[in-house]
Design a binder for this molecule. Structure first.
Ligand SMILES: C[S@@+](CC[C@H](N)C(=O)[O-])C[C@H]1O[C@@H](n2cnc3c(N)ncnc32)[C@H](O)[C@@H]1O
Length: 399
């Protein structure tokens, strides 16, 4: 029997912890998971069957918070919770009594709880055979989740939502190229926007498996907590959108001059020379990866509106983070580090992001702050233009 610690509090949840895995500082991902669940619950209006799965639940904190904070019905609709199920699973059987104890307060809400200690692979296979489909699955595993993506999609209802975490920070960021080939079937090279590249590769993995099953994807939100974990939230549609396949491709970066370019797989041809004397000899190519949007502004607006309406108890810092995501849908594709550009000018210290955004917009380019990589901005301007603008302002002063 593991030692337990009582009364950890997060959101409306009060629960026991044991010596098993739990990271209080992953609260942003749990806050976000609650908002996704609440948004979906509202769409279902409690009137239809709705089934959620916390597939690798640890102490059960996500499922508990979903039940307390997201499954909220007006008093007059109370009976509607009858068609609603929360499944909580963790393969570590030793934690099952802790999970059961932690879920007690949900029983008072008449939520149907299904507690399991199965290997995820087994639970998903059984669910598929039994035609028991989930509307929302949170898959928060150790390392890479890629071996579970197809089984999880098979167990997701049409338009179901998958929240997926990967703590494999080495392979998609170019620090273990062989592991990236094994896990992502991709070329992963170091890049100043490595967090974003990792996220785009993770979305590409989901897209590939979804497409094999004839399903389509819509990324709803994507972020990294400090480069330690990569989180994506994706809607699995019944079929592909028009030309969805054109969102899969490669990003190349010249390691000498920093120039970036991209090609969708559907139009793949030779890479063009960049303007430095290395031509294309120094290109580091990342992909296949997802070239499309990383966030759905529409979805994020709904989640934040609902958070206010229902006073869902997420941290102020989580609210601010989601507000920043709303302003950055992930396009234009190329993310630039102000530090890197300052070194290339060269300048002693990097210009502020506002400088870049204002100056680029004044010259007719798209430009916005990246919500995915700190200290980065996005633009469709080429590196030569960025350096020209920066040098010009450097001579005149950055005002
Ligand atoms: C990262 S922790 C989950 C943390 C939890 N979601 C939270 O928010 O605190 C991963 C959990 O997955 C469980 N696990 C590992 N492999 C599994 C598998 N194949 N099937 C089901 N659970 C598994 C572990 O016992 C562990 O509790």
């Amino acid at each position: 029997m593991k030692e337990t610690f009582s009364n950890y509090r997060e959101g409306y949840a009060a629960l026991d912890l044991d010596a098993g895995f739990f990271r209080p500082d992953s609260i942003l991902a749990r806050d976000f998971s609650v908002l996704v669940a609440a948004t979906q619950f509202k769409v279902h209006k409690g009137s239809q069957k709705c089934r959620w799965l916390d597939l690798m639940a640890g102490c059960g904190i996500r499922a508990l918070r979903w039940g307390l904070e997201a499954a909220v019905t007006p008093i007059e609709l109370k009976s509607s919770l009858k068609g609603f199920e929360i499944w909580v699973n963790d393969a570590d059987f030793v934690r099952s009594s802790l999970i059961e104890r932690n879920m007690k307060s949900l029983l008072e809400k008449e939520i149907t709880l299904v507690l399991k200690s199965d290997l995820a692979e087994v639970l998903l296979a059984k669910a598929f055979i039994d035609k028991c489909f989930f509307d929302f699955v949170d898959l928060d595993c150790f390392g890479s989740p890629n071996h579970l993506i197809q089984p999880v999609i098979k167990a997701l209802a049409f338009d179901g939502i998958l929240m997926l975490s990967s703590t494999d920070a080495r392979s998609p960021t170019g620090h273990d190229r062989l592991a990236a080939i094994r896990s992502l079937s991709a070329s992963a090279r170091t890049h100043p926007a490595a967090w974003e590249i990792a996220i785009r590769m993770q979305i590409a993995s989901v897209a590939r498996q979804a497409w094999l099953l004839g399903r389509g994807i819509e990324p709803l939100a994507s972020f990294s907590d400090g480069g330690r974990a990569f989180r994506i939230c994706v809607r699995l549609k019944k079929g592909l959108s028009e030309q969805e396949e054109t969102q899969m491709g490669f990003v190349a970066r010249c390691e000498k001059c920093g120039a970036q370019s991209a090609q969708p797989l559907v139009k793949l041809r030779d890479w063009e020379n960049c303007n430095c004397q290395n031509g294309k000899k120094s290109l580091a190519i990342n992909g296949p990866l997802w070239l499309g949007p990383l966030q759905s502004e529409n979805f994020l607006v709904k989640t934040t509106k609902l958070q206010k309406e229902l006073s869902i108890p997420i941290l102020e810092s989580s609210k601010k983070f989601i507000d920043r995501l709303k302003l950055d849908n992930g396009l234009p594709l190329f993310s630039w580090s102000s530090n890197e550009l300052a070194r290339r000018v060269p300048l002693d210290s990097p210009p502020p992001l506002e400088f870049w955004i204002k100056s680029l917009k004044a010259e007719g380019y798209n430009a916005s702050r990246s919500a995915v990589v700190p200290g980065h901005f996005r633009t469709d301007a080429a590196v030569g233009e960025l350096l020209r603008i920066c040098k010009g302002k450097f001579i005149k002063g950055f005002n």
